[in-house]
Design a protein around this ligand. Structure first.
Ligand code: PEP
Ligand code: MG
Length: 756
């Protein structure tokens, strides 16, 4: 590297002056290429910007024919420039013309130049363009020159991202890649259509200050931030803390691995020393490179680690650049975009403003999906890479019916969706008209349709949907949105209001189902659990901490004074647990009686069937309880050993498989034989096809998200139970396939049963 007149730091300082000049975007870009060429003693410097139509357009050049600016263009993948864009990788060639990918553009007059150094213009690992220098002489550019060019590319990336260059493109209609409309496919998790604007759940830290005044100071800032980061990672591991829902020990270990990775720190330090970047710009620079490199990996394990690396970089940037970015002002039509989140995090948002949710992960029976359905938020999960594709404020449409997400949709797509929203409103209206009609099948069998609820705002849904009652009241939601244990008074108040609001319709409360992926930050736990879904949760925790469960039972008994109380226990694995829980209820009942409280008119106790072991203790269980309620989300995950929160498992097994349906049929039949109520309140009840399967298995009561009541009722009113049971029994006697889905669909279509 030459002396002080040259080099990346001088270059960056010059560029900063150019950026501050009050000139047009084209003039600025022209000055930038001249500055780079002069500094790097290159005969050519050119900037190509990626347009939305996958074309790299020459936006500015020093050295090549100026007439070709905004005319010369290459497709992604075409020529050296196209290859750099396609692979997001630098090319350093002493003799470019002998490279197999070389494509000669006659209008540029570049035939005279032999050596070629091109770097991708990256932002968050995404390619926005290509920056090139060329020389006549055959030479290999030095590491320092590579570094300088990559750093300069960051400045241009910011210019592109700021929108400053958008109007310069030759084809105005297509626009730049960053504003490219795109649609991505995921899995529909909560029905509905949401139109609005992107709100990143973890907002990107925008680095605006790229150029260091004093590199020594920047090195110190970086060192301090890294120390703080390491401390916080160590601390997280020490406390077995989960930073997000579903984060397990291996993720924390990956954090630790990155945080202590010398290579990572060295690359960031080099970016400061050699290039004169600020600490935060150096972090971003190294992230962009690493991201681009990791994105090329096909190994799913390594790609998964990319998320961890992004998270860690994000934490480091927040150490460096303020920590208040989380406080976001939500637009009126907010669509939250996240890698994943816990149910409690979703509940933290102002639900009157959230129209949609898009997740890179997320599975249909994960709790965040369940809460999204309860809140009627259109949700799509398993959308690859959406966090980096979306920018805060981008227009976005979430189609929770088909699983499509449209980013920056063009006018015709927006128009089509406005139509779809109107169509859905008309359909809703049809369902609303069914509201006061009974859920009775064609052959006169009455089915009780109930809703799942968990918070006060669910209550109006009872009337809106015309449901018979609340089949599952998830009491833990009150605990999940609180910052400390709700006191007995608060619990009592909520339960009274729920019973008041239900106006005599039955409400089945479920005792606290905490644990698994439902975490209470204020509940101290006994260390880290490797498999929390199978760990210390629900009734296990309740029986071990009887004070907690007794407080809840007391609040429920008080709230139900003079009316019926229905209470069930989650995650029962053996009948003994029910006996113990019943003992606690009895004790509280006597206590209240002694103190002169009014009693409930009746106390009906039930058990949830969510653990397969209970299938082999059904007779004893049915002796002990007044009713059973199948939690199909958990029962399915444990029967198939398939994590309900794991997106990879979503499609693998079907809940309409013969084995699962046989288990459900067994439960319904045994309960009927003993004259005990049997209901099912998992997500299976909410889809017309699977609800039809449940009726075919013998269930006469089911509970679902409020929005499902209409479509399920329409199905029920068209179905003939006797024919359905006969068809399902026949199919289950000798299953031809691994799923009964086809048989059930054929039945519906042969018998004109509507399924949507
Ligand atoms: C279930 O497991 O099906 C259920 C209803 O409970 P939750 O989804 O709250 O675990
Ligand atoms: Mg459950």
């Amino acid at each position: 590297m030459r002396g002080s007149l040259f080099g990346p730091r001088v270059l960056l300082r010059r560029l900063r002056e150019v950026m501050a000049e009050p000139i047009s975007a084209q003039e600025r870009l022209d000055k930038i290429v001249v500055t780079i060429a002069a500094n790097m003693v290159a005969e050519v410097c050119s900037v190509y910007v990626l347009r939305a139509d996958d074309v790299l357009e020459l936006f500015a050049t020093e050295g090549l024919n100026r007439e070709s600016v905004h005319k010369a263009a290459l497709r992604v993948g075409q020529g050296l420039v196209g290859q750099i864009a396609a692979e997001a990788q630098l090319l350093n060639l002493p003799d470019a013309q002998s490279h197999p990918a070389f494509a000669y553009l006659p209008e540029t007059g570049e035939e005279a130049y032999h050596s070629f150094l091109g770097v991708p213009i990256l932002r968050a690992g995404r390619t926005l363009g290509v920056l090139v220098v060329q020389n006549r002489a055959r030479k290999h550019y030095s590491d320092e020159e590579e570094e300088a060019l990559q750093t300069t590319a960051m400045v241009i990336a910011e210019m592109i991202a700021s929108g400053e260059l958008a109007t310069l493109a030759a084809t105005q209609a297509t626009g730049l890649d960053l504003s490219r409309p795109m649609h991505v496919e995921g899995t529909a998790l909560s029905d509905g259509v949401g139109l609005g604007y992107v709100v990143l759940h973890e907002p990107r830290v925008v680095v605006t200050n790229l150029i260091a005044e004093d590199p020594d100071k920047e090195i110190l800032r970086l060192e301090q931030a890294i120390s703080a980061l390491r401390l916080s990672v160590d601390d997280m591991i020490e406390r077995g803390e989960v930073a997000h829902h579903g984060e397990h020990r291996d993720v924390l270990e990956a954090y630790r691995m990155f945080a202590y990775d010398r290579g990572w720190v060295r690359r960031m330090e080099e970016a400061i020393v050699r290039s004169g970047l600020t600490a935060e710009a150096a972090v971003e620079r190294v992230q962009s490179d690493t991201r681009a490199r990791m994105l090329r990996q096909t190994d799913p394990y390594l790609r998964e680690r990319l998320h961890d690396f992004d998270d860690l970089t994000f934490r480091l940037l927040r150490e460096l650049v303020g920590k208040d970015e989380k406080k976001q002002v939500l637009p009126e039509n907010a669509i939250i975009v996240a890698r994943n989140m816990g149910a409690a995090e979703l509940l933290d948002y102002d639900r009157t403003k959230v129209r949609g949710l898009v997740l890179e992960e997320g599975a249909p029976t994960s709790h965040v999906a369940i809460v999204a359905r309860a809140l009627n938020i259109a949700t799509v999960g398993q959308v690859p890479n959406v966090v980096s594709l979306a920018e805060s404020g981008d227009a976005i449409i979430v189609d929770g019916e088909t699983g499509l997400v449209h980013l920056r949709p063009p006018g015709d797509v927006e128009y089509a969706y406005a139509e779809k929203v109107r169509f859905r409103a008309r359909r809703q209206e049809r369902f609303r008209r069914l509201r006061n009609k009974p859920a009775v099948t064609r052959d006169g069998v009455e089915i009780s349709l109930n809703i799942n609820a968990g918070l006060l705002f669910d209550l109006p849904h009872l009337d809106e949907s015309g449901a018979d009652g609340i089949g599952l009241f998830r009491t833990e939601l009150q605990f999940m949105i609180a910052s400390a244990f709700p006191r007995m008074g608060e619990q009592h108040q909520l339960y009274s209001k729920v019973l008041d609001g239900a106006g005599g319709r039955p409400v089945t409360f479920r005792s606290l189902d905490i644990g698994g992926d439902k975490v209470l930050p204020y509940l101290s736990r006994f260390g880290h659990e490797e498999n929390p879904a199978m760990g210390w949760r629900a009734i296990r925790l309740g029986l071990d901490r009887p004070a907690l469960l007794r407080t809840q039972i007391r609040a429920l008994l008080k709230a139900a004074a003079g009316r019926e109380l229905r209470l069930m226990f989650p995650m029962v694995s053996e009948v003994t647990e029910v006996r113990l829980a019943k003992g606690l209820v009895e004790r509280e009942r006597r206590f209240l009686e002694r103190h002169g409280y009014e009693r409930p008119t009746a106390v009906k106790l039930g058990a949830m069937i969510e653990v397969p072991a209970l299938l082999f203790e059904l007779d004893e269980l049915l002796e002990e309880v007044d009713f059973v309620s199948v939690g199909s989300n958990d029962l399915f995950q444990f029967m198939f050993a398939a994590d309900r929160g794991n997106a990879l498992m979503t499609e693998r097994f079907d809940a309409l498989s013969p084995s699962f349906l046989r288990a459900l049929r067994l439960i319904a039949r045994k309960a009927a034989e003993r004259g005990k109520g049997a209901t099912l309140c998992g997500e299976l009840a909410g889809k017309p096809l699977s609800a039809m399967a449940l009726i075919g298995c013998g269930f006469r009561s089911i509970s679902m998200a409020p929005a499902s009541v209409g479509p399920v009722k329409a199905m029920i009113r068209a179905v003939d139970v006797a024919a359905l049971e006969a068809a399902l029994d026949r199919a289950l006697a000798a299953p031809a396939e691994t799923s009964m889905r086809g048989v059930l669909e054929a039945f519906a279509s042969d018998h004109d049963v509507p399924l949507s």
